[in-house]
Design a protein around this ligand. Structure first.
Ligand SMILES: Nc1ncnc2c1ncn2[C@@H]1O[C@H](COP(=O)(O)OP(=O)(O)O)[C@@H](O)[C@H]1O
Ligand SMILES: [Mg+2]
Length: 256
C-alpha cells in the first residue's frame, strides 16, 4: 500500500472571473520511506497540491489517502518545510525545534524533547548553535534548523515546498546531502516541490512532472542509482539523459 495515494483529484478556486481550474484528475502515489519530487510550470498547482495533502484544503473531487486513511482535515502527522523558514526569533534554535513536540506530544518529558532536538541538530551539523537565535544563523543554517523542526515529531509525511529555492548553488548542494543523511538516519516519506531538475533526480526516488494548469500527472520517472548518492553522480551520462528527458517534459507541460 502506498503511503500517500492521490486519486483522481480535481480542484478549482473561485475568482472574480469565474473558477480557476488548478488540478484536474490528478493521480500520484508515494511509497513508504521514499521521496517523490514534483516539478512543473510555475502556477500549475504544486503548492495547492501540498495543501490538499496536508488537509488544509479539501479537494472538489477525488480523494487523498495517508496510510489508507482518507484525509479530511488538517493533519499533525504531516511535517512541512518551506522556502523561507518561519523560525521564532524570541526562541532559541533548540526551542524552535521542540515546538512541534510541545504541540503534538505535550506529555513527553522535557528531557526527552531536548534530547531529540539535540540529536537532530547534531545530525545536520548545528550542535553548536542550539542556544542561538534564528537571526544569528545563515540562510543555509536556518534551513537546516527548519528541516529538524519539520521532522522532530516523526511525521508520517514530510512535505517540502521549494525548501532550497532561496539558497545559493553550493549551499543548496550541501543541503541536499544533509537531507539524504537525515533521511538515512530517520527515514520519512517525502514530497519535494522544486524547480531544480538536478535537485529532483539527486534527492528523489520518483520524479513527477505536472502538466500546465489544470495540472495532472503528465510524466513519471523512477530514479535509481546503484551507488550511494553524491554530487559526482550528476555529471554522469545517465543523469544527463534523465535531465534531458525531464527538460523535454517541462517544455511539453509549459505548452499545455
Ligand atoms: N487561495 C487561492 N485562491 C485563489 N486562487 C488561488 C489560491 N491559491 C492558489 N491560487 C491560484 O491557483 C494557481 C496555482 O497556484 P499554486 O498552487 O500556488 O501554484 P504553484 O505552486 O505550482 O506555483 C495559481 O493560478 C494561483 O493564483
Ligand atoms: Mg508554489
Amino acid at each position: 500500500m502506498s503511503l500517500i495515494k492521490i486519486r483522481n483529484v480535481s480542484h478549482a478556486f473561485e475568482s472574480d472571473d469565474g473558477p480557476i481550474k488548478v488540478l484536474k484528475n490528478l493521480d500520484l502515489s508515494v511509497e513508504r520511506d521514499s521521496l517523490t519530487a514534483v516539478v512543473g510550470p510555475s502556477g500549475c498547482g504544486k503548492s495547492t497540491l501540498t495543501r490538499l495533502i496536508s488537509g488544509l484544503l479539501k479537494p472538489d473531487r477525488g480523494e487523498i489517502f495517508l496510510e489508507g486513511e482518507k484525509v479530511v482535515s488538517p493533519r499533525s502527522n504531516v511535517g512541512m518545510a518551506f522556502q523561507n523558514p518561519v523560525l521564532l526569533e524570541w526562541r532559541t534554535i533548540l526551542d524552535n525545534i521542540m515546538l512541534p513536540l510541545e504541540i503534538v506530544a505535550p506529555k513527553m518529558p522535557k528531557k526527552e524533547k531536548v534530547g531529540r532536538a539535540e540529536r537532530l541538530l547534531s545530525l545536520v551539523g548545528l550542535a553548536d548553535f542550539a542556544g542561538r537565535r534564528p537571526s544569528e544563523l545563515s540562510g543555509g543554517m536556518r534551513q537546516r534548523a527548519s528541516l529538524c523542526r519539520a521532522i522532530v515529531h516523526k511525521p508520517k509525511v514530510l512535505i517540502m515546498d521549494e525548501p532550497f529555492g532561496a539558497l545559493d548553488a553550493f549551499t543548496r548542494e550541501d543541503l541536499w546531502q544533509v537531507l539524504l543523511d537525515v533521511k538515512a538516519e530517520e527515514p520519512f516519506t517525502g514530497l519535494l516541490i522544486t524547480h531544480d531538475l538536478r535537485e529532483s533526480i539527486f534527492l528523489a526516488d520518483q520524479v513527477a512532472v505536472l502538466s500546465g494548469r489544470p495540472a495532472m500527472t503528465q510524466y513519471l520517472m523512477d530514479v535509481e542509482f546503484s551507488e550511494k548518492r553524491n554530487i559526482e553522480l550528476l555529471f554522469t551520462a545517465k543523469s544527463t539523459a534523465m535531465l534531458k528527458e525531464l527538460r523535454k517534459q517541462i517544455r511539453i507541460a509549459q505548452a499545455s
